[in-house]
Design a protein around this ligand. Sequence first.
Ligand code: MSP
Length: 652
Amino acid sequence: MPSRFYVTTPIYYINAPPHLGTAYSTIAADVLTRYHRVRGESGFFLTGTDEHGLKIEREAQAQGSSVEDFSNKMSALFRAIWPKLDCNYDYFVRTTDADHEKRVGEIWERVKAKGDLYAGSYEGWYCVGCEAYYTEKELEPGGVCPLHKKPIERIREPTYFFKLSSYADRLLDLYERHPTFVQPTTRLNEVKAFVKGGLDDLSVSRTTFSWGVPVPGDPAHVMYVWFDALFSYLTPMLASPDRRPFWPAKLHVVGKDILRFHAVYWPAFLMSAGLELPEQVYAHGFLTFNGHKMSKTLLNVVDPIALAGAFGVDTIRYYLMRAIAFGQDGDFNVKELVSRYNADLGNTLGNLCNRVLKLTGGTFPEKGEPEELEKELYAGLAASARAASRAFDAVQPHRALEAIWQVLGATNQYIDRAAPWAATKRGDARRAGTILATALEVLEAVSVMTWPVMPKSSDALRAQIGLGAVATGSRDLWPFEPPRGRAGEPLGTAVPLFPRVDADREKELVAKLGLPSAAEDDAAKSPTGETAAAPAVGKPPAPATLAYEEFAKLDLRVGVVLEAKRVAGKDKLLSLAVDLGEPEPRPIIAGLALSFRPEELIGTRVVVVANLEPRKFGKDLVSRGMLLAAGPSEGLRLATVDASVPAGTKVK
Ligand code: MSP
């Protein structure tokens, strides 16, 4: 019996159509399910729509529609869109499904029977955008939601509380015993800190509106939308004997903004109901678009289907999975998309295939004895296959693609060095055949490894090298061993897999999509968000070169952010304490407040200019260093190094 791998996306709110952010979660979940299928596992992929709650009720009203009609229309939109991005879910759940509502009612009864629900009254802050309760100290100055940056609502109503406070120890024990339950580790640390800070009981029902699952036995209440929605990962699994064995889920893919619900509330609800816990919650980062934060207006413009229509579904899937380190924030940048398309897909992969096929003719060549060059390439292939599988297993698709592209690069070099054309010229057809057959074998192996990310292009590549589409089943197809030569078998026709997009075509596509152009970005802004002095006239002067001795005067060090807080009255500044491996952490004032929430920075490794003259900010604030960062002031990215480099290490 193959092992089962159940992956979920968040169950999306339907107040707005799918956008690039939700497409990112969905594509990642699809890629990971496909990877496990290629490994011979039985994959199950669930997505769906979260339709209850005040946010949806208000949006339906604003659109002059009944909430039922609105939900039906929007849910159908989500259902239809994902397959257009080749995201092939196995089940689409709606929180308004009668079966879900019935089952979540039964679960409520179990939690109640356990003694974990009690009636009371809630007074406090609620953000309808997040559908979340906030404490006073979590809000930003002026009573503003830290995520939506808008004033939030004060509510006071009778409610049922869930005894979350009594689960703190069990949750901490879970994180201790099962540290991969929440990933990446920096996020696990945030969750632990949150729980250690003390948990209040959670209000899990609402009485001031009715668009929700009715609380059994108390029709004045509807369930808090997150109680209802989280269980939609489970209820479809309980509803069918075929699906039942897929619970517990192996992986919940979520954005970092909804981690608390998944890493704290969800396991506590499941423990209370006596149900098995999922294996892992993986929180990915947030995307900006050409350096712009995804505002509501921008989300309307950046339609993933239109993007895929212009650049190709696989290009978007590849780009999102390759260019953005999974787990970290990243920028979807059209310039970089086109350049990766031309370089990684067009040149490294597409041209390699084209070149090999053109040199080969229509038949898979006969192989002779492998020489040193072949042995080296096979070793590279085996190493890539191992590294890519390890990376996919660790939910690091960007690293998997990096490893796959490493062997593609090596194969291009191999062709240049082995020079099959020279062998042909000197009449050594066997040697030429060996070289081309070896390259074809690598392409076959690669077509399996790229398939989870680019299913259509990988199958098209396979057709060109004379193979059928990847057929997943109970067999592990991962090419840990190089594929065997298929001497004498027919090959397909060489057609460019990724035709080049030149600058004119890029402009044309960008204009057609009505996208904000990358050139409009705040290129003239310094990393601290201050506008650099514009050059007097004409083009900016070319940067002067620097003697190495000058550069060497800079003391660049790896630092770890220990504390981060806002600076009263300065909306761009954060005040940080950064460990530079010195006896005391360094106080650093940085212009990062428009790009990061203070708590996201804790634990981040940064690169610090450590020997800059101290700079005063107002009366009491002195900055003793500067962080390196790039991008516009609202979408800065920090220069960083990986976790293996200790604080204080010199950057050279
Ligand atoms: N309905 C809840 C989830 C309930 S799960 C039981 C919800 N829905 S959502 O539609 O608002 O968000 C879904 C996902 O989209 C989240 O994982 C969120 O992080 C992700 N994204 C929304 N904007 C994003 C970016 N700009 N970038 C990356 N992902 C983002 O929350």
